[in-house]
Design a protein around this ligand. Structure first.
Ligand code: DAS
Length: 359
């Protein structure tokens, strides 16, 4: 009986201990946010031939499960799972890819068991995807884009800490309601404002109006909040968008010929972004060609190739007279994103100009 009683007591004790551990683990897991990583490719998934290849490598090689497995520290801050949405270098993404990604983000954001979403992406066009998502995702949950300038195989690779930071921010309640974010190089930028400004350094990204904050050792330090409309305050909803109109860009420069504008005008575009020098200037010889684009029914939007500042309406060109729209502070590539989204709702130039002021 004694032995029997002893064994029963041992089994009971072990079971209790096991349940306590399981309970503690479950509690700990419950205490940690649930973060989904959507992987699309880029350098953060890249691989080079040697540790010295920080700039010569193949992007979009490493799968999301390997990225997660290579960063066991993630398990300390969140319950993480991954989905491989695409595996491409971001310069090759298409409008169809944007819609697929945005619809997956929307579906996940509606799940009660998802607290935040991280999107790993190439650096070349992450600023476009980030702006698109901030315009069309109706959620307050953190959506955090992340990329890297060096592949994980390189000396002083930046991807691992960038990804850790992104998961940390995506699992943070204080990152809610700030629109889509980009975490790179310890910095948290607004997806609307951020652009890639250096094509080969780890401090490649910045916003002309400044970052929103920093993330250091898993803690967020906020210094400002976005004032332009986004996410829950946006009139655009990806769940109601199934196609994006064709919007193209033509640059302005000394000696520019009208060839590109003429060809684009005949290609069925719904809007043409003109990326002019200075304050969105248009060469005298080009004005008639843009007027024809407008006369043929497409919208003309004046942006500037100058990265900072903003295009002033009726300054370099009589926009009221020509019925043109100005892109405010948006660079041509971002003006194209907003124009595509806006044109899913209206082609009225006064409404479009309002949208460019507000978003
Ligand atoms: N080609 C770049 C891209 O995929 C690689 C990178 O920097 O992520 O955007």
């Amino acid at each position: 009986m004694r032995i029997q009683f002893g064994i029963e007591k041992f089994i009971a004790g072990t079971a209790f201990a096991a349940l306590s551990v399981l309970g503690a683990t479950a509690h700990a897991q419950m205490a940690k946010p649930n973060v989904v990583i959507l992987a699309t490719g880029g350098t953060i998934a890249g691989a080079g031939a040697s540790a010295l290849n920080s700039a010569t490598y193949a992007a979009a090689k490493v799968g999301v499960d390997k990225l997660i497995a290579g960063l066991p520290e993630l398990a300390n801050i969140a319950n993480v799972r991954g989905e491989q949405v695409f595996q491409v270098a971001s310069e090759s993404l298409t409008n169809a890819n944007l819609l697929t990604l945005a619809k997956r983000v929307s579906a996940l954001s509606k799940q009660a068991d998802v607290d935040g979403i991280v999107i790993t992406h190439g650096t070349d066009t992450v600023e476009e995807t980030a702006y698109f998502l901030t315009l069309v995702e109706h959620t307050n949950k953190p959506i955090v884009m992340v990329a890297s300038m060096r592949p994980g195989t390189a000396l002083s690779a930046d991807g691992a800490l960038n990804l850790f930071d992104a998961v940390s921010v995506a699992g943070s309640k204080d990152a809610m309601g700030k629109g889509v974010l980009l975490t790179m190089n310890d910095t948290i930028d607004s997806g609307r404002d951020v652009s890639k400004n250096v094509n080969i350094k780890t401090n490649a990204f910045s916003s002309q109006w400044g970052p929103l904050g920093m993330v250091v050792e898993g803690k967020n330090y906020w210094f400002r909040a976005p004032v332009k409309r986004h996410t829950m305050n946006s009139e655009f909803d990806i769940d109601k968008i199934d196609a994006l109109p064709n919007v193209e860009i033509a640059m302005g420069y000394e000696g520019v010929a009208p060839t590109a504008i003429e060809a684009l005008g005949k290609s069925g575009i719904k809007a043409l972004i003109h990326g002019g020098p200075g304050n969105g200037s248009v060469a005298d010889r080009i004005v008639p060609y843009l007027q024809k684009v407008r006369a043929d029914g497409a919208i003309v939007i004046r942006s500037a190739r100058v990265p900072d500042g903003f295009v002033l309406r009726n300054a370099e060109q009589p926009d009221d007279k020509y019925d043109w729209v100005v892109a405010h502070d948006l660079r041509p590539q971002k003006a194209r994103i907003l124009a595509m989204v806006a044109l899913t709702k209206t082609s009225d130039t006064k409404e479009l100009q309002r949208i460019f002021w507000e978003y």
